[in-house]
Ligand binder design. Structure first.
Ligand code: GAL
Length: 436
């Protein structure tokens, strides 16, 4: 497994920029959400089956410990005192009992709610009832809230924009925690990236969706990656771009049924993990394949996603097919890197529909030291595959990915004289150029 060099870890710890630090959500959340696989069609039996499958396949141990009941768990109307009621046809023994049942497996239930009068599927929204609903969710053993943006009050009602409307629940969460003397709910915004939440989200929450609903097709995955190439800077400890619920496992199933290839699914999971998105499973695990469990359980990628010392996302150092700094949802940036406690992380993505040769100079990445050689650890093969000196070339299948960890292996071989690997302007001490 990956080991932390203590001094390097301390250095990055001291230079990290943080978001809202109220003690929760320092690292990206990991869990399960009912929406991608089941939409509204779930109940205690089917959700428990997911939790049990998570346990059986080592996913809880791998870190997936939150189970979000997305839209549709309640009755459509509140009771006479205004409280939400768990739908008894879905939860015959009630949600507190169900919550305790999953707790025994090492999982905590999490809530879904809405900023407006109704949730997106028409269940009670929490506008004006923020504290009351926190009380209900708390009584159901929940301490995590995904908060949607449907059926919102008109402008003249709140005289608030997106930030102000979301701040209502953020304030209620702080008030509820202070009153009860307990940790605040983790607050995960879902306003679909409408109003640049990557700029303000971290002031009031721990995660913010950056886009509309994900779909289990490559075009949707590529478009989200393209978006992050302009927003990666926003993720760090206590605040994360939420790239949406994973579609891993939904090939041939889910609603709508997906068609991601194995290579595309690996690229999808690699990007979400290394861009420090919450990792939220969204497939029916009771009939998932071994490949699905292998991808969701990739310990190396999870270790980087959950790095306790380095909070930032990988970032693109070259777009590849597409011109640098230009958005292209079909050909998102292909060459990405970042730091970690375990080495320099690279994600190389082939955005083309055919096999391609990928090439980069190591020092194109800001995180690499010039004049050093690096051992190359492959985070899909889970082994060291060779040594990198100055550059790397390899081929990737259509929409395939390489997830690499480059570890410093000392000065580069002496036969390489004083030339610079990538930039020109490299000079001898007397002022003559070496390489240009
Ligand atoms: C959408 C949201 C989805 C899911 C759905 C439930 O607005 O983006 O992730 O929560 O509502 O109706």
């Amino acid at each position: 497994m990956l080991a932390i060099p203590p001094l390097a870890a301390l250095a990055v710890l001291l230079t990290s920029v943080r978001g809202l630090n109220n003690g929760v959500g320092r690292l990206p959340a990991m869990g399960y959400d009912t929406f991608n696989a089941f939409a509204c069609n779930y109940n205690a039996t089917s959700v428990l089956a997911q939790a049990e499958a998570m346990q059986r396949h080592g996913l809880i141990e791998a870190g997936y410990k939150t189970l979000i009941l997305d839209d549709c768990y309640a009755l459509r109307t509140r009771n006479a005192s205004g409280y939400m009621v768990a739908d008894p046809s879905k939860w015959p023994h009630g949600l507190p009992a169900f919550s305790k049942q999953v707790n025994k497996l090492g999982i905590k239930l999490a809530a879904y709610g809405d900023n407006g009068y109704e949730t997106c599927a028409g269940y009670p929204g929490s506008y004006g009832r923020e504290l009351q609903d926190l009380e209900t969710w708390h009584s159901w053993g929940m301490s995590y809230l995904k908060y949607d943006n449907c059926y919102i009050p008109a402008d003249n009602v709140t005289e608030e924009n997106m930030f102000g409307r979301y701040q209502r629940m953020s304030n209620a969460i702080a008030e509820f925690a202070a009153k009860r003397g307990q940790d605040p709910f983790l607050f995960s915004l879902c306003e679909w990236g409408w109003e640049q939440p990557w700029i303000w989200g971290k002031q009031i929450s721990q995660a913010w969706r950056i886009d509309g609903d994900i779909k289990p097709y490559w075009s949707a995955i590529a478009a989200i990656i393209d978006q992050v190439s302009f927003q990666y800077w926003s993720s760090d400890f206590y605040g994360h771009n939420d790239m949406d619920i994973l579609e891993v496992g939904n090939t041939g199933q889910g609603s709508p049924p997906g068609n991601l290839t194995y290579e595309e699914t690996k690229s999808h999971f690699t990007a979400w993990a290394l861009m420090k998105s919450p990792l939220i499973i969204g497939t029916d695990l009771t009939n998932a394949t071994n490949q699905t469990f292998e991808i969701l359980g990739n310990k190396d990628l999870i270790t980087i996603n959950q790095d306790p010392n380095v909070g930032h996302s990988i970032s693109p150092f070259r777009w590849g097919i597409n011109p640098d700094f230009v958005s292209n949802s079909t050909h998102p940036a292909e060459y990405w890197s970042g730091n970690s406690s375990y080495g320099v992380v690279f994600m190389i993505l082939n955005s083309q529909d055919t096999d391609a040769t990928m090439f980069f100079n190591l020092t194109e990445s800001w995180a690499i030291r010039a004049g050093r050689q690096y051992s190359v650890y492959d985070m899909w093969q889970h082994k060291t595959t060779g040594m990198a000196v100055r550059n790397l070339t390899f081929s990737l299948p259509a929409h395939g990915v390489a997830a690499l960890l480059l570890k410093d292996a000392g000065p580069e071989p002496e036969y390489l004289d004083g030339s610079c690997g990538f930039y020109y302007q490299c000079s001898w001490p007397n002022g003559t150029y070496i390489s240009n």
